[in-house]
Design a protein around this ligand. Structure first.
Ligand code: C2E
Ligand code: MG
Ligand code: MG
Ligand code: MG
Length: 282
């Protein structure tokens, strides 16, 4: 059936993919094969520091293009990989690949930070710290250049604070991803030992359109400032959003307004050019 309908017909179903049990099973099988065949890639999305007007970091984002299904969104396949446990070996691959790339970039982009997303399942494992240490050692990357992005939900789990403390002792930065959408109480974030809060895109996209989103954005920016977190705004697409964030003291922005997630070579070219421009204007 799939063959006679062809690739385009299948692609139409991609947004819906993974809803049904048989589709999830099929995706699980293909994901397992993709991992052993080396079909995963990483894209890198620049993060712009508004104080220096330079790209100071990138977020590694996982990409998978299946030979028959075409590109499958992480929003579809990561939840399935979390469920079936494949996120653990996939996440190890991501960590290693991102560390290698970060080290390669140090020669021409010194100090560029690499942010890697973690799933709660990786974070909860007993060998997690060893996995991170091994990736750093193999890549000969300084832990100072690695940042791990963890959601509030994962941080609320038992033992999370000990792992955070250990990461901090290793000199690895922590960013709290999708901040504002989880269940953590504001007083609890004091314990997180994180460097950054990533203001969720859902608030950023309401800037200029919904007063409530602007109020929440301002509140998170001032909370971040008061408690000593840098705030990174995610999903910044427009000049309106950018100037609002700048005006209210946001330190770092990430979004299509500056750059989409890109393959390594394109990201390198973008960052080199962007930062040269910043120097020329300073
Ligand atoms: P996230 O970590 O919050 O990543 C940000 C998402 O927003 C990315 O989606 C990125 O492409 C998208 N984005 C960035 N700027 C803009 C913008 O201006 N407008 C819009 N509309 N979108 C923007 P992506 O790459 O599809 O990833 C979705 C989620 O999948 C990520 O959300 C993260 O939770 C998860 N993910 C991606 N890569 C990994 C990974 O290596 N490991 C794990 N555990 N999760 C990952
Ligand atoms: Mg993230
Ligand atoms: Mg994020
Ligand atoms: Mg997010």
């Amino acid at each position: 059936r799939a063959k006679s309908n062809g690739r385009n017909a299948l692609q139409q179903f991609t947004p819906e993919l993974g809803r049904r049990a048989d589709e999830r099973l099929a995706l699980s099988r293909r994901m397992r094969a993709a991992l052993s065949n080396g079909e995963f890639r990483l894209d890198y999305q620049p993060q712009v520091d508004l104080q220096s007007n330079r790209v100071t970091g990138v977020e590694a984002l996982l990409r998978w293009t299946d030979s028959e299904l075409g590109p499958v969104s992480p929003a579809t396949f990561i939840p399935i990989a979390e469920e079936n446990g494949l996120i653990v070996p996939i996440g190890e691959w991501v960590m290693q690949q991102a560390c290698f790339q970060a080290q390669v970039w140090q020669a021409s982009l010194p100090g560029l930070r690499m942010s890697v997303n973690l799933s709660p399942r990786q974070f909860a494992r007993g060998d997690f710290l060893r996995v991170v240490q091994r990736a750093l050692a193999r890549a000969r990357l300084s832990p100072r250049l690695l940042e791990l992005e963890i959601t509030e939900g994962a941080l609320m789990s038992v033992g999370a604070l000990d792992v955070l403390r250990a990461l901090r002792a290793m000199d690895i930065d922590i960013a709290i991803d999708d901040f504002g959408t989880g269940y953590s109480s504001l007083s609890y974030i004091r314990n997180f030992h994180a460097e950054r809060l990533k203001l969720d895109m859902s608030f950023v996209s309401g800037i200029g359109r919904h007063r409530e989103d602007e109020v929440i954005t301002r509140a998170i920016l001032s909370l971040g400032r008061a408690l000593g977190f840098q705030v990174v705004a995610e999903g910044v697409e427009t000049d309106t959003q950018l100037s609002f964030l700048r005006r209210h003291g946001c330190r770092v922005v990430q979004g299509y307004r500056f750059a989409r997630p890109m393959p390594a070579a394109d990201a390198h070219a973008f960052i080199s050019q962007f930062n040269e421009g910043a120097l020329a204007h300073s």
